[in-house]
Design a protein around this ligand. Sequence first.
Ligand code: ADP
Ligand code: MG
Length: 701
Amino acid sequence: MKNIFDTKIEYLKGVGAMRAELLNKELGVYTFGDLLEQYPFRHEDRTRFYKINEVIDDSAYVQIIGRLTNLQSVGDGRSKRLAGFISDETGELELVWFKGAKWIEKKLKVGAWYVVYGKPQRYGYKLSIAHPEMEEYDPSAPKPKTGGLQPVYHTTDKMKNKGMDSRNLAKITRTLLEKVYHDISETLPNYLIEENQLISKGLAVAWTHFPKDLNTLEQAKKRLKFEELFFLQLKIIASKVGKKTDKFRGQVFGQIPTFNIFYKEHLPFDLTDAQKRVVREIYNDMKSGFQMNRLLQGDVGSGKTIVAFMCMLMALDNDAQSALMAPTEILSQQHYNGLKPFADAMGVTIELLTGSSKTKDRRRIDETLRDGSLKIIVGTHALIEDKVDFYNLGLCVIDEQHRFGVAQRAALWKKKSKAKPHMLVMTATPIPRTLAMTVYGDLEVSIIDQLPAGRKPIITWHKFDKGRLRVFGFIREQVELGRQAYIVYPLIEESETLDYKNLEEGYEAVSRAFPDYKVSIVHGRMKPADKDAEMQRFADNKTQIMVATTVIEVGVNVPNASIMVIENAEKFGLAQLHQLRGRVGRGAEQSYCVLMTKDKLSKDGKVRIQTMVDTTDGFKIADADLKLRGPGDIEGTQQSGVLDLRHADIGHDAALLQYVRGLAEKILDEDPDLTKEEHQIIKHQQSLLVKKSVTNWSRIS
Ligand code: ADP
Ligand code: MG
């Protein structure tokens, strides 16, 4: 069956061979269907005319009717420009041209009336419009019709040079719509359209290009976003459902007596509700018969370790061993120290294995891992070496997920087990829930979004560089109370030498300012062993102030450190600021974070700093980050399909995403293979989407 949307674009009236080639090469538009999907990236509001005295700021495009009262060249050399004034009965406004003056001077007539269209900009206290669109206008004729919302399409320089601009695109798109409007088929079942008060697909496409007003544009966008997110979620959820096959059989951890004893008798505190929920989620996975692949997100200090330990007890109760892998020796040491008391209390064997384990210990560990008497092993990459062999590895816990690749995760899977071990990946870098459930197609997501009771939130201040002396004064107060301080300097790859100079100078300044205290310095150029040793000295309170680069982002836990000063804080991203701040606030004392910046901050810089001052909630920060930067920079987004979204925006459409995900889940629950009559339309659209992504790929390569 030949589909009209597959018709080659050159067959559209007004296109022809030359333009078709431009459309192919510049926009990747080959067919009628492709052109229809070249949506405008914004609309110009031509729905009303402004009086000049109504133009009070530079927030939006405006359309004005007035007389050109003056036109002349001003300035010399580089600042040479053509300037004129447009005036109406309420005032006058400046117009300027920096380019094409000759041509414009010839075309425009002083004294004539024009419809002027453009975006005002503020220069000092004055507003002016640069390079306005000018259309001559006869004041004796009836007022010109307003143009409504005009679509603005993306075009390239090459297209413009050949006379093909946004207006041309609008024109051919209108021609196309008139021709094919009735062929645009619906993609969603009727009941979804009705329940959610959506407009039809055809109307949505038409109105996205040529809305009648802002309201119809809104409705069109809502419909297209809904559809886009719905099919994305459907795909992701279906791929998870598909994993419940023999290939992904997991060990069944059904009986959990030791876990129960620990929970009832040995737990030193009450779990937070969030921890309880997560433990339940994990248990449900581990007894399901299928391999668990779960991401556990929780802010620093939210208590992930104890959750991991309790899951290890579930494994132990079912004749399986557990491994906990951390990215550095010092972190695995810390985990080991943290788990040992719990393990001892339960009479459970636990050992630490790193690159620097002694041969004697190593031999014992290898042996007991193999005969199954060792139940819990904590360590670094050393765990995934080939020679490390297990009796039956049942659960792998990986801390600080972003530092391990997928390949390393896979290496753990291959260890000796009765069935694929369950995987629990822990991270303290929260990403927004909506993004997580979209990005981690292969992982279920659990979130601990609650800190244990009684924690004092860290107090955060923003200070300018000129206030450094007072900040030093504050550090002194804290250190005199017996606390410790971090002072962090940024490290930027391009100017490494310069940054080390900054760090060195900072170190000297701090040493001079605090002659009676000991100051540590730690940075990425140090040998790992020296770095660890210096961190340990700080942890043991042998030094009171730690001057460092971001290498301390993942570091030892020093509960006595209560103040974190971040120099040039404007140079850090939100995620990193949050991570750094998490180094303090681990003890019982009130902790502080001071963000030092230069006086002048960019707009984004201001938002970042203010966000940090306003909240310590990692998820709120992650949301703000997503809104500022978009999803592109967040790990894992590349393969997820999130970046291909054309209508929805994960940062701003989180609520809608969550909602359609629920719908998609419900549909697949009730009708996993989409066999019901009313779901045929979904199935059909899915196959079209698959086909389309295949063509797109073949075009790229
Ligand atoms: P993270 O999530 O950063 O790994 P940890 O697991 O290291 O956090 O926990 C931080 C501290 O909080 C530890 O000392 C831990 O024993 C303690 N902790 C964990 N859960 C609770 C809780 N429910 N109530 C009180 N303290 C808790
Ligand atoms: Mg931790």
